[in-house]
Every structure is written in structure tokens, then in C-alpha cells.
Design a protein around this ligand. Sequence first.
Ligand SMILES: NC(=O)c1ccc[n+]([C@@H]2O[C@H](COP(=O)([O-])OP(=O)(O)OC[C@H]3O[C@@H](n4cnc5c(N)ncnc54)[C@H](OP(=O)(O)O)[C@@H]3O)[C@@H](O)[C@H]2O)c1
Length: 258
Amino acid sequence: MDLGLADRTYVVTGGSSGVGLATVRALLDEGARVATCGRDAGRLTRIGAHERLFTGVCDVRDADAVRDFVAASADALGGRIDGLVNNAGQSRMKRLDETTADDWRDELDLKFAGVLHPLHAARPYLRAADAAAIVNVNAVLAKQPEPRLITTSAARAGILNLSKSLAVELAADGIRVNSVCLGLIDTGQWTRRHAASGSDRSYEEWQAELAADRGVALGRLGRAEEVAYAILALLAPRASYITGTSIDVCGGVGRGIL
Ligand SMILES: NC(=O)c1ccc[n+]([C@@H]2O[C@H](COP(=O)([O-])OP(=O)(O)OC[C@H]3O[C@@H](n4cnc5c(N)ncnc54)[C@H](OP(=O)(O)O)[C@@H]3O)[C@@H](O)[C@H]2O)c1
């Protein structure tokens, strides 16, 4: 099936690694034009050059930098933006008693800025597009909090709630807003944790134990490409009646009904 993404322009934040990188590659494979950003210029070069790709160094917490990046993206890629994937970020592995006031502020700032700054910057372009869509990359933690990720769980719940409000608010502009809620996906986040754990088990053994410990029904971590597939499905103009909802991409770790 042709997803109808070709010749459209998409902005994906945090495209130098993991889920963002897989999404950038999948969109390019579909013939779309893609802009992406990250904080580290060196990591962005890993994507490789492509005539339909624009990259920029920017931190999603910096509203001015995001506005400049989004405007430069539209200038470089046909003067339009058809969709936005708010993906940049990371989680904070801390329990209540390890969490400082700065941790709370920083986590809420990253999660909310990561959605609101790109949205405000891209909104004029999205309003002008004929099939505009936003996908917020979230986590099953939003619906199933984990005390070991206390700030991230709370911030994720807030973002899921915000996504609902945005779906209603932006419907009049013809902009759909949906979320993907991730379980454990094999990306830089987990290779970094394996390295930091000091474990003498191989990454593969460590991952299998992690999946069993967290009760992942499919018994393994997900692949970034498996998330990208769901993101593209929600971005696609054919998904024109889908807004205000979320898809869990979690291998069955989510036990909630909603
Ligand atoms: N992997 C999982 O198991 C999992 C589970 C639930 C939710 N998620 C969420 O899914 C998203 C992608 O995660 P991932 O696992 O693919 O992570 P990743 O491999 O660590 O990639 C994160 C990407 O975001 C960029 N980034 C991080 N902070 C940024 C900032 N402040 N401004 C701009 N770019 C920033 C990184 O580049 P720079 O470091 O160069 O900035 C990188 O390109 C994140 O929001 C994460 O919290 C992941």
C-alpha cells in the first residue's frame, strides 16, 4: 500500500539515534523529505547525506533554536511541513528519594518543551498543509507508572493528557495528533544503561533478562524500526480519521485496557 508520504515534508526531532533515526530512514525510504535535529552535530552525521534530508543542531528545550531549526527546515525542503514527530528525549531512572527539585523541573521541562516548542514553530506550516499530522513519542509509563522512573512516568502521563487536548484544539486547523506509547525498545538508551550497569553478562543476555523481569509478553526488546512503522502509519494521510489516540508499541508489556 502506498502510504502517501512521498514528496511531503516531515520534521522528526532527535533523529540521530534509535527511534528517531529509524523514523527518518523509513520516511526517506517512502520518498518523503525529512528534517531532523539533535544536540550533537557529530551524531547527526551518522545518518549520512541524502538529497531529501536536512539536519540542524538544536536542543528542543530552547524555543528560539527550535523556531530557527523549523524555519530553516521548511526553507530547505520545499517551503512546507506536513507532519511533526516529537521524539527527542530520554528517561530519568530515579526513585522518589533520589529525585531532587531540579530533577523534577528538568524532566517536566524536557518532556513538555519537547512537544510544545516544535508544535508552536511548525503550526503555521501544518495549518497550511492538506493532511497535517503530529505524532508524540511517549511511553507505556504514561499509563502504567514505574516508581523507579518516577519523574518520567509523571511527565509521560502529562504528555498523553496534553496530546488529547491538542487533538481537540488543533482539529479545527486540520491537524491530527496521536501518540505511540513505547515499552522497552533496543536503542542507545539501553546500550548506555548496559554499559553503566557494570554487568558481566553480554548485552544480549542482559536484554533477555530485562524483558523477562519487566514481563514483556513477546520476550524481547522491540526494534526501533518496529516503532517507526507505527509512526508512519499515524502520519500517513490515509489515517485521516485517526486523532486523539495512542498505539502501544511494547511487545505486550502494557496490561491496561485503555
Ligand atoms: N528506548 C526505549 O525503551 C524508550 C521507551 C519509552 C520511551 N522512549 C522515548 O522515545 C524517544 C526516543 O528514544 P530512543 O530510545 O530512540 O533514544 P536515543 O537512542 O537515546 O535517541 C534520542 C535522540 O534524541 C536526541 N535528543 C535527546 N535529547 C535532546 C534534546 N534535549 N534536544 C534535541 N535532541 C535531543 C538525541 O540526540 P542528542 O543526544 O545528540 O541530542 C537522539 O537523537 C525518547 O523520547 C524516549 O524517552 C524510549
